[in-house]
Design a protein around this ligand. Structure first.
Ligand SMILES: *[C@@H]1O[C@H](CO)[C@@H](O)[C@H](O)[C@H]1NC(C)=O
Length: 390
């Protein structure tokens, strides 16, 4: 089962995704032992345990004892409580529509929320990464025009970028089967090419292969070697250092209603000019960061930056992307990414993107994307579509 049957649609930007048609997730004995070890690291003693309205369990763990500090490259790492870099010029812009107040986890100060995981979560994540490496190898260029890449995105390639700030309009696409994924992301990498490619990415997604439910989740992903041996979603492996007692990777939140109330998250990913760490802010709060140690010094600047919608499906028909409606419906009808800014110097001001960036759509009959237009919340990129036979 598996690889050969993956003839449907998938997106390279959702790294680490594997779906086995009959739901069997297989790993080797060595991997199993490794996962047992990892599980022990991830499930630390909790100061307090919180069960959310969507039945997720978060353990509030002492910030200085969080799982990521067990990473061998972080042996001497001191948790950064704040980043001085964060100046007035980088203030988060107002959201159009509702933000996400009330969707924190609410751990006590001095602790951070760590989503409790079972072995099956790790097996799935591991199995994903195996498929990804095999399918990715067939496609030398992630933006190549092949029928299995389904994304609608805006790309700033070969431009040195040190940070990205945008408002992500959030939806909860209804998937056709539980082995599909649909979401929207900001993605930064060292660029195309070899196995040393480093990636950091933040967004929202309905991702049952990882989360085992149909909710929309805040998620993040990183790798230091193109997904070969390092990296994972959220904190499914040690790496991302959580700072906020409240906003948590993996947390569920509600989606917008088509032509109704709109939900947005203000997402900022930036390289701190002093420490070199890549940090993440959501709605003005420091969520956490990827320490530079993880990237072996190789991730000094991002050379490949994408914003947009992504779907994955092991077979046809493909799921909806964004609101399930095309870009032409505008804000309220189509999903958008707004207030699009980036940093073109380390620790520099956030400036509006160049509106001449390239828009890519892999399957125009299923999904569409607009060129960015200037709205009251800044440069706005609309994308999405109903999916179907793509
Ligand atoms: C999620 O939705 C799919 C169909 O889209 C359904 O088959 C599955 O049972 C749902 N999963 C849960 C956990 O509700």
């Amino acid at each position: 089962m598996g690889i050969k049957e993956i003839i449907g649609c998938y997106s390279v930007l959702f790294l680490l995704i594997i779906v086995d048609a009959d739901g069997v997730w297989s790993i080797s004995k060595e991997e199993d032992m490794e996962l047992e070890k990892q599980l022990k690291i991830l499930n630390k003693p909790a100061v307090k345990t919180i069960r959310t309205d969507s039945d997720q369990i978060f353990d509030c763990v002492d910030i200085h004892k969080q799982p990521s500090l067990d990473h061998p490259l972080l042996k001497n790492h001191k948790v950064q409580m704040t980043f001085d870099d964060f100046s007035e010029s980088m203030k988060d812009r107002p959201l159009k529509g509702k933000g996400l107040s009330g969707f924190g986890v609410g751990c006590p100060i001095g602790t951070v929320p760590i989503r409790r995981v079972e072995k099956e979560d790790l097996i799935r994540a591991k199995a994903f990464s195996k498929l990804h490496m095999k399918t990715y190898a067939k496609n030398s260029h992630p933006l190549a025009d092949t029928p299995i890449h389904l994304s609608a995105k805006l790309a700033a390639n070969d431009k040195p970028i040190y940070g990205v700030a945008s408002i992500l309009n959030v939806y909860k696409p209804t998937l056709i089967s539980p082995d599909q994924v649909s979401g929207s992301i900001i993605y930064l990498s060292t660029g195309f090419g070899d196995d040393s490619k480093s990636v950091v990415s933040v967004g929202w997604a309905v991702m049952p292969p990882v989360y085992r439910d149909n909710f929309t989740h805040l998620f993040a992903y990183w790798t230091a070697d193109n997904g070969k041996t390092t990296g994972c979603y959220d904190i499914l492996c040690p790496g991302f250092v959580q700072q906020s007692p409240d906003f948590a990777l993996g947390r569920t939140f509600p989606g917008s209603n088509y032509r109704g109330s709109q939900i947005g998250i203000n997402v900022l990913v930036s390289k701190d000019s002093k420490s070199g760490d890549w940090y993440v802010r959501v709605n003005g709060a420091s969520v956490g960061y990827w320490p530079k140690e993880l990237f072996k010094g190789a991730f000094e600047v991002a050379k490949e930056v994408n914003w947009g919608g992504e779907i994955f499906s092991p077979r046809q028909p493909c799921p909806p992307m964004g609101s399930g409606h095309f870009d032409g419906e505008g804000i309220g009808g189509a999903c958008y990414i707004s207030g699009m800014q980036y940093q073109t110097a380390a620790g520099g001001n956030f400036v509006d993107i160049d509106p001449a960036l390239k828009a890519f759509v892999d399957s125009p009959q299923c999904y569409k994307a607009s060129m960015p237009s200037y709205e009251s919340t800044g440069y706005t990129f609309l994308f999405g579509g109903p999916g179907g036979q793509c």
